[in-house]
Design a protein. Structure first.
Length: 66
């Protein structure tokens, strides 16, 4: 989340165990993949949206609706 808000760019970690930027949250120990999106409005950065999955590689473009 910090990287996403600092860089204002989305980020996907298909395997959080292999991702150098991922912060291991003790409240979510089963997280295997994660996607974070910056929420940007006209006046600037509003925050970020974080989506997590217990499955590795769960958040790929193949899983997104068309």
């Amino acid at each position: 989340m910090g990287w996403v808000t600092g860089n204002r760019q989305p980020r996907v970690a298909l395997d959080v165990g292999a991702d150098a930027v991922h912060f291991k949250n003790p409240d979510l120990p089963r997280t295997r993949s994660e996607m974070a999106l910056p929420l940007i409005v006209v006046i600037g950065l509003l925050g970020a949206l974080d989506v997590q999955s217990t499955e590795e590689s769960a958040l790929t473009k193949k899983t997104w609706p068309s």
